[in-house]
Design a protein around this ligand. Sequence first.
Ligand code: ZN
Length: 255
Amino acid sequence: MTEQGMVVADWPAPANVHTLVTTRKGGISEAPYASFNVANHVGDTPLAVAGNRDLLREELPSRLSCQWLDQVHSAQVAVIEGAGSVITADGLVTREPDIGCCVLTADCLSVLFTNKEGTEIAVAHGGWRGLLGGILKNTIVALESPSDDLVVWLGPAIGPCHYEVGNKIKQEFLISCSSDDEREIINQSFLASEEEGKLRFDLRKLARQQLQLLGVNEIYGEESCTYCDESNFYSYRRDGVTGRMASIIYFTEVS
Ligand SMILES: [Zn+2]
């Protein structure tokens, strides 16, 4: 974690690829958004969000322009050549330097991608609907680099310790499967719960296994549970009305 309470991905990415994940630490938002909420859509005052985004900008190079998303739990991925107004999608790919590809989360998984040359990056918002719809596959398809040339980092997300879901979500995943391998990873990602009709869902494990099935070998990431770690992370499941963390990836020109 940086002095400002932000997380930098711990992964063997090329030296020109940079990441930053905000936590709830720092910033100026008041409860229940305390204190570093960077999302406009959650009911926080626009002034606080703008102030927090200014603080975030100070941690990033001035030439960087950030692309934000209107995330709708889709499997839609946008390939961008420049940053502009908010795009409705749940994944971003760019082959241009100095574009910050940003996603907002509070329990859902942020998934950061780079190729090994540091010339192509992506970010994806992975909640259960996105993983069900194929957001990770669509991101890999939108990337020109082959899967075995990719390095991936998984951000902080809710752990199976706190992610109880109804049985029918597992059934939806099973219906979507087209191979025994796919069915196997679904079976491994839903664990027994003490509560009748419920299962504990391991979002991170499912993402990791989906990526492996898609040919990605190098997968790193956080193991923190956003629900468990109240001092560092927002958690929608824990708090309902709450802020969002930003996960940002960008690369600079390879000289
Ligand atoms: Zn937990």
